[in-house]
Structure formats: C-alpha cells, structure tokens
Ligand binder design. Structure first.
Ligand SMILES: Cc1cc2nc3c(=O)[nH]c(=O)nc-3n(C[C@H](O)[C@H](O)[C@H](O)COP(=O)(O)OP(=O)(O)OC[C@H]3O[C@@H](n4cnc5c(N)ncnc54)[C@H](O)[C@@H]3O)c2cc1C
Ligand code: SF4
Ligand code: SF4
Ligand code: SF4
Length: 376
C-alpha cells in the first residue's frame, strides 16, 4: 500500500505538488494529527507514527494517475477537453455582482441563485486576506458570497493561518479544499465549491472513492487556469518594471490570454503570459487541465468580451443550474451581435487547453529524462 511517504518521493520531491491540500484534508488519521500543512502551505507529516497506512492520500492526489481511468469513465470524459454539454457567454444581471466580478460575475450569480433557492447552505469560495493573498472561505450569506467575488485590491480580511513572511507573498492560489473541515464542523451537507481544475480533480477522486465528506459538495464550479502565480517583493518589483505600473495603482487583476492589470484610472495593462515564467509556480508547468474538465460547470474570461464570462456546462446538474437561473439572474450574450459567439469561445478554450497539454507533456518528458539520468 502506497502512503504519504510515497507522495513525498513521487510528487513532492520532483516539485509536482501544487498544494491542493487534498491529502491533508482527507487523511484518515487527520484527527489524530498524522499530516499538517507547513507555514508555506505544503503538506508534511505532523507525526508519522499516527499514519495508519491506509493509502487514501496517495490515491486521491491528482498527480498520481491511479484513478484516471475510473475518473474518466464516471464523468463521461471525452477528448479534447472533457465532457461539454453546452457553451455560453453570459453575465450576471445584478449590477452589484457585476461591480465586484472578475469577468461577468456568473460564478457569483449562480452561487447566489442556489442559496436563494435553498439548494445550498453555503459555498467554499476564496477572499482576499492581507495585501497580496487570497484564502479559502466558507461563505454562508449573500453578502459573504458577493464579498468574495472578483479579484479586487479594495477589500481585505485578516490573515490568520500563515506566517508573516508567507502573507507577504502574492499568490493567485487558494487552498480551498481545506475549508471542507469547516463544512464538517458546521455539520453542513449541501455546499458548492469554487476552485481551480486541480482542486476539482482532487474532489472528484474522493467522490470516486466515496470518501466522506466529498458527498457534501453538491456543485463543483471550476475556473479555467493557465497557472498559478506566486511571488514575493523582489518579483513584484520586477513585474512592475515589466508592465510599467505601480502596485498602489492597481484596482484588479485578471488572467485571460494575458495577465491583465486593471489600474484605478481604468487603464488596463496586458502582460503576455509567456513573460511570466519567473512567477509561475513550478508545479503548474506540469499541469494539463486548463478548462476544469471534471467540473459541473467551468468558467473563464477567455473567448468572451470584457465583462462577460465563458461558461461550459459539463454535467446535467450544471446545465440545470444554468437553465434555472437564466430568467432571473443571468443574461446571455445576444447572439444577433455575434451569431458564432459560443462556438468561437469554445474554440478558444480548446486552443488554450491543447497548448497547455502539449506544454505539460514536454515538461513531463524532460522530468522523466532527468530522473533516468539521476538513476543511471
Ligand atoms: C488562479 C486562477 C487562474 C485563472 N486563469 C484563467 C485563465 O488562464 N483564463 C481564463 O479565462 N480564466 C482564468 N481564471 C478564471 C477567471 O479569473 C474568473 O475566475 C472566471 O472567469 C469567473 O469569472 P466571474 O466574473 O464569473 O467570477 P466571479 O463572480 O468574480 O467569481 C469568482 C469566484 O472565484 C473565487 N475565486 C477567486 N480566486 C480564487 C482562487 N484562487 N481559488 C479558488 N476560488 C477563487 C471567488 O471567491 C469567487 O467565488 C483563473 C482564475 C484563477 C483563480
Ligand atoms: S493515514 Fe492514510 S491518508 Fe493519512 S497519511 Fe497515512 S496513508 Fe495517508
Ligand atoms: S494531494 Fe495535493 S497537496 Fe497532497 S501531495 Fe498531492 S498535489 Fe500535493
Ligand atoms: S495550473 Fe492551475 S489547475 Fe494546474 S496545478 Fe496550477 S493552479 Fe492547479
């Protein structure tokens, strides 16, 4: 039976761990203190003696391909980007949601819709803490869901979990899976989860294995992702130079085909993603899921006009939520303005997904060569 010891060898040492937190959150012996996150968010043994060698942490890790075939079968995955039922370009109707949103506010509008209809008790989202960081949050009210929308630099909440040094690092990643601990503590059993493709992948692996409390997540909302950016003061300065801006002038950041820095004076600075390798998290170079291929609904800005969200429904549940919210909370892009809007958006998502898969394949091949050289 492979255990966390093998995850250290196979995933952490080659640098493939992307800190999703799945192994720690679902460790069978978590209540006895077998695993913990270190001050940088990386899982480690808290007490190796407490590990009962059940192997669950190893099986659910998205960097281990043990459950890949089962995952594909259960979620009707098909090439090139997983199951696609429908692609839509949409935005929230509520002006307050639009004002807070990253793109068209569809994620927030759907969460509010589900809460209003009594279909969820809350949602695991991510809000800003400190100047340059986001942190997972179990939002239980309309106000809390709206507060977590977007990627703005105007509101912030206390930083409680990590050291001062770490909170000064900027990262677009938020280890949202660990918030499932709060869901269990509050005895909630119907929540929505918003996260990156790797996090959705971990959750689906738990679902395949029937691990409690994966059943409490009723809706999996995935965000498109080219990578997670991670940088401290030095890299922040370099980014200011590359983009010709100052962080104090930034109102919001967003990622589409470029990193988009929205300034307070409404100017938008676009920085090519290719120029950002120096801040891309190492593990993200090996990731091949751009479009959250196992989500109920996937969302991104790519392929849509500014202020709109590209929405891909992937499961009957996802399609039902979107259909249900169309008359009340969501506005669909007028097809008369662009009859091929949905097809064009999907083509863009496929293009970026394929690019990411090709790149990950090359990086994995390089890594495999390096390991052979080390062994030889
Ligand atoms: C790390 C990262 C990389 C991304 N890369 C791309 C990309 O390359 N191309 C692209 O088209 N789109 C990308 N997106 C998605 C895009 O930024 C928007 O989140 C998406 O278009 C939804 O917009 P919206 O206005 O409908 O969402 P909103 O209504 O603004 O809601 C966004 C929701 O996401 C949650 N959230 C924000 N940040 C995180 C996080 N780090 N982890 C988990 N949840 C979070 C918020 O709490 C909120 O609930 C990325 C998102 C993230 C977090
Ligand atoms: S108890 Fe199981 S899940 Fe926890 S560290 Fe050990 S092998 Fe992994
Ligand atoms: S489950 Fe997530 S946090 Fe744990 S080793 Fe794998 S990638 Fe890292
Ligand atoms: S690229 Fe995105 S989905 Fe992939 S590991 Fe990095 S944060 Fe996760």
């Amino acid at each position: 039976m492979k255990t966390f010891f093998n995850l250290i060898q196979e995933v952490q040492k080659p640098g493939l761990c992307h800190h999703c937190g799945g192994c720690v959150t679902f460790c069978t012996a978590i209540n006895y203190g077998a695993l913990e996150l270190d001050e940088t968010g990386r899982p480690r043994y808290a007490d190796i003696e407490k590990c009962i060698e059940c192997g669950i942490c190893h099986s659910i890790c998205p960097e281990v391909n043990e459950l890949d075939e089962e995952l594909k079968r259960q979620f009707a995955w098909s090439a090139p980007i997983g199951r696609v039922i429908e692609t839509t370009v949409a935005r929230a109707k509520d002006p307050e949601v639009l004002a807070h949103a990253t793109d068209g506010g569809v994620v927030t509008a759907l969460l509010l819709h589900l809460l209003d209809m009594g279909r969820i008790d809350g949602a695991i989202v991510s809000r800003r803490v400190g100047r340059f960081r986001r942190w997972p949050w179990l939002a239980l009210t309309r106000e809390e869901i709206i507060d977590a929308a977007g990627f703005h630099f105007d509101t912030m909440h206390g930083m409680t979990h990590f050291s001062k040094v770490y909170s000064s690092l900027y990262t677009t990643f938020s280890p949202s899976i660990i918030e499932l601990g709060e869901v269990a503590k509050k005895r909630l059993n119907r929540v929505a989860f918003v996260g990156t493709p790797c996090q959705i992948n971990t959750l689906r692996r738990m679902e395949v294995m029937g691990i409690v409390p994966s059943g409490t997540i009723k809706y999996h909302f995935g965000l498109f992702c080219t990578g997670n950016f991670h940088f401290g003061p030095e890299q922040r300065q370099k980014l200011e130079q590359v983009g010709g801006f100052q962080w104090d002038d930034v109102a919001k950041v967003n990622v589409k085909e470029n990193l988009m820095i929205h300034l307070k004076n409404k100017e938008i600075i676009n920085i090519s993603l290719e120029k950002l390798d120096f801040i891309k998290r190492y593990a993200c170079h090996y990731c091949d899921d751009y479009a959250a291929e196992y989500a109920d609904i996937s969302f991104g800005g790519i392929g849509s006009p500014e202020g709109w969200t590209t929405v891909i429904t992937r499961s009957p549940l996802g399609r039902a939520v979107l259909a249900d919210s169309k008359s009340s909370d969501i506005e669909i892009f007028d097809y008369k303005q662009n009859p091929s809007f949905a097809g064009d958006a999907l083509a863009k998502v496929i293009e970026w997904s394929e690019k990411k898969k090709r790149y990950a394949e090359v990086k994995h091949a390089e890594l495999a060569k390096k390991s052979i050289r080390v062994l030889g």
